[in-house]
Design a protein around this ligand. Sequence first.
Ligand code: HEC
Ligand code: HEC
Length: 407
Amino acid sequence: MRSAALALSLLTACGAQGGDDPWAPFSPTLQDRVIGLVRQDAPPADPTNAYAERPDAAALGQFLYFDPRLSAGYLRADAQAKDVSCATCHAGDLGLADGLALAVGQAEVTRNAPTVLNTAFNRWFFWDGRADSHWSQALGPLENPLEHGVSREEVVAFVRDDAELAAAYTSVFGQSPAAEPDPDRVFVNVGKSIAAYERLLVTGDAPLDTFARAMAAGDTEAMSAALSPEAREGLALFVGEARCHLCHAGPNLTDLEFHNVGLSVEDDGLKDRRDGLAVVLSDPFNGAGAYSDDPAFGARKLANLKVFETDDPDGEHLDGQFKTPNLRAVSLTAPYMHDGRFETLAEVLEHYNELPPQSLDGHREETLLPLNLSAAELAALEAFLAEGLAAELPAVRLLTAPDEPTL
Ligand code: HEC
Ligand code: HEC
């Protein structure tokens, strides 16, 4: 009895020593990488949307986001058509996603619905980056026959003919939708108001932020309190041996760019980065176009892409590339990847650990090598993703349908 107790106390002492020194897994280089992950308070400005910071535009946008009438189910005399709103696939109680592998609107879509949380930090939108702003992104699902399934003419007529919406629109945009000579302008303004709302859907602190700030301040006690020993070990792997930080870097754990992570995508005619690039450059609603509130800003952003194109006129190296997802609050938004192929974070990690020999579509990044991590190391990485990135969510009033389109 006594020796068992002694053994136990020795064990705890050793465990405590290894587990309780939160600095142990972090070399100075890894410390710098961890501190670089601290979240930013506010998303970057979007000068292409003059209404982006307007609370009245956000109130209208939030109403439209949750309004199932903006869909074929309501606007078309078709018994088969369904009522769909943005919240059908980006729901307030499902991490602003839908919990499905492939999203379902009027019918099943060919892509996994990513979260809308923190998308105001994006540079490009959609898995293939085919939109360059929040507002132009929002126009896509409305006209997609598999999603809302309506036309822009139907959207514009609905906003114009609904007294409550027309009044809210007029007070935000200074002109009644009926008096607007260009109907596309009304359609775009629907997108700009939804974008103003989406800018508010940012997460607050995650344990990672508390930990990283404590590390920057040299506060050992606060570091220990912020993350469990297992999650700390996972974080050290994330920015170290597992090389996740090569793509999942910075305050949103994404480089905001596109990569081929060797998912063995058959060339199924679906859009990847090569298609997305062509679409965004020719989109009449891109940031350089007539509907942008700062075309010079939008043109500068797109110009970088053109340089990229000249290097590789056919864009072959873009095959099989998709956008690096933001990982904040990632445990809320299973299944994972552009096609929702992995049901759990453990399956995602299994993929990075083993990596199939070569992807069928395009070439996997050469920086990606099988990790050959042990089961305990994989569990530590998973603990970091689930525990360390469990971020504070936006206020409930932002995650539910409002009663009115006005403040
Ligand atoms: C039927 C389901 C469905 C509906 C309805 C829907 N979405 Fe999505 N959303 C998706 C899918 C799937 C994607 C990814 C598509 C792709 O990349 O090709 C996506 C992508 C996005 C993105 C890009 C996220 C990123 O990180 O690039 C945003 C933002 C978004 N949707 C907002 C909206 C808004 C706003 C609405 C309403 C106007 C809406 N969605 C309606 C399924 C849906
Ligand atoms: C070469 C760049 C790169 C590296 C390195 C990388 N990732 Fe990714 N990650 C991506 C891209 C790109 C995607 C989306 C791929 C797709 O859907 O086709 C992704 C997807 C994910 C997802 C799914 C998120 C979601 O919302 O669907 C998780 C989780 C993830 N990565 C974690 C990690 C971890 C953990 C590591 C280190 C073991 C890692 N990644 C290494 C680029 C990378």
